[in-house]
Every structure is written in C-alpha cells, then in structure tokens.
Design a protein around this ligand. Structure first.
Ligand code: UTP
Length: 275
C-alpha cells in the first residue's frame, strides 16, 4: 500500500509563456479541469490519498484550487450549476494536501529531494502533471501492481521516435516480458547516436525512499540540473529499477502539440458522452 504521491510543480513552464507568466502551467485547463486535477485524480484512483506538492513562486493558485471557496459555494448552493464543483469537492474531501517550496529551480531530482520531509521513509508515487495520462485503470494504478510484485522503483516508459530521445531520460536493460524490463542503463537526454534505446521515461514514477540519500549525493548533470534519472541509475546498478510499458496514452501537455492533442481527445470524448 502506497499512501503518498509527490507532485513537483515548481518549474517555470517557459514553453507556455506568456500564459504561464503569472499562473502555474499546471493550472492550464484541458476543457474545464486544470492539468493538476487530472494528476491528483489519477493518484487518488490508485489509493494515494496523501498529496505532497513541491511548489515555487507563482504557484498559489494550485493551493487555492484544492481548497474551499466559501463565496462560490454559497452562490451555487441549490442551483444546477452546483454539480460543476462536484469533481473538485470530492478530491478536497478525500485527500490531504501538503506543500513545500523548492527555492532554486535546480531540476526534477532536486524538486523530488525537496519533498523528502513530507514523504519520510516510505515508497511514494511521483506524477508530473504536464504528462496527462489516460488508461483503464489509470497509469499509477497499473504501476502500483508492478511495485507490489517487484518491491523496487518503477518508471513508466514508452517508445519515442529516435530523433526525440534527447528530450527524455532513456532506459535499457533486460526484458522480463513485453511490458517489464529490468533496467541496467539510464541516461538523461542522450544524443540520438549515443542513446541505448528509444524507451523514454514519462512523468510517472514509484520510488523507494533510499532515493533521497542517493539524490543528496547526486551532482548536477544534463542542463546543470540534478537529474532524477542519474539517481535512478544508482538504483538500477543494484538491480532495483523496473521500466514498465504502461497500457494507455500519454499527452505531453508541456508542449503545444501535446496540449492541443489532449484538448481534442477530451473534447471528442465529451461529444460522444453527450450523444
Ligand atoms: P520541465 O522540464 O517540463 O520544465 O519540468 P518546466 O519548467 O516545467 O517547463 P518548460 O520546459 O520551461 O516549459 C518537468 C517537471 O518537473 C518540475 C516541473 O514543474 C515539471 O512538472 N520541475 C522541474 C520542478 O518542480 N523543479 C525544477 O527545478 C524543474
């Protein structure tokens, strides 16, 4: 049973400027729900009800989103519009929310390490909300099953076009079956000619808590940032990382193309639900 899920949401979201100048990119909506809400729904569906967010400057809107707005509740009470608040009310009631701040944007590994005080000494999920995932069951629920079997760190992976490997952490190792690989090599943003494979880590992880000590001793890597991939390489060398090819679809909502694709996907779903 894993209770906690960490959401690193401190990034600047420069690819969405100027929209992200004064609001977090995780609050950009796909139809009516902000990206972060899809992520928290996925964690909650996996039974991870303790939500830990690593925030930064300009991120207050996220905290406000997971809180009650009394005036609004009052206005809508008893009207047909009240149901529009139902999904977020459920999450506010069912989950607890803790926040801590990453002071310097030193990369995803540093953001995860910043969450150590909230997570403590237990395995935990990590969701990057700008990777919006759809699957049945949810991707984090699928990963939990993998964790229950292997009891080590799990990374969700998918094949990406070879020319795109330099945007991702790339893994290779020994295939256990079609969906599971025991990882032995992990490289952050390799050039295509140096990439060990085209199997890319997407924004879903289950990590064992020894990762924090490893991160404390991980120097900055690609882009001068502390990379979670580099820390995971230490676990992989001990045979403690499984790459899992999830069943479902990922939208890279940190990019304009992925964001529009996700919007179209959910819009088409809405239209078919209506008819
Ligand atoms: P990205 O690489 O997408 O960076 O971070 P970004 O700043 O959010 O977006 P761009 O590239 O400038 O448009 C991946 C995830 O890691 C978090 C981000 O919030 C995002 O969820 N992150 C990254 C941190 O929390 N802290 C960091 O120092 C870096």
């Amino acid at each position: 049973m894993i209770r906690k899920c960490l959401f690193p949401v401190a990034g600047y979201g420069t690819r969405f400027l100027p929209a992200t100048k004064a609001q977090p990119k995780e609050m950009l909506p796909i139809l009516t729900k902000p990206l972060i809400q899809y992520g928290v729904e996925e964690a909650a569906a996996a039974g991870m009800m303790d939500i830990a967010m690593v925030t930064g400057r300009n991120k207050r809107a996220i905290e406000d989103h997971f809180d009650i707005v009394y005036e609004l509740e009052d206005q809508l009470r008893g009207t047909r519009r009240e149901e529009r608040l139902e999904s977020i009310r459920g999450l506010i009631n069912d989950c607890t929310y803790s926040y801590t701040r990453q002071v310097h944007m030193r990369g995803l590994g540093d953001a995860i390490l910043t969450g150590a005080t909230i997570i403590g000494h237990e395995p935990f999920g990590v969701i990057l909300a700008d990777d919006l995932c759809v699957g049945e069951p949810g991707i984090m629920s699928q990963m939990l099953k993998v964790y229950e079997k292997y009891q080590c760190s799990i990374v969700a992976v998918e094949e990406v076009p070879h020319e795109d490997v330099n945007k991702y952490g790339i893994v290779s190792g020994n295939a256990i079956d079609d969906r599971h690989t025991l990882v032995n090599t992990m490289v952050e943003k390799p050039e295509p000619e140096n990439a060990p494979s085209n199997l890319a880590i997407i924004g879903r992880y289950i990590l064992t808590p020894d990762i924090f000590d490893i991160l404390r001793n991980t120097p900055p890597g690609a882009n001068g940032e502390v990379q979670i991939t580099d820390a995971l390489q230490t676990q992989a060398a001990q045979g403690n990382v499984i790459a899992y090819r999830f069943s479902g679809h990922r939208f890279d909502c940190g990019s304009i193309d992925g964001f529009v694709a996700a919007t179209n996907f959910f819009y088409e779903k809405l239209i078919s639900d209506r008819s």
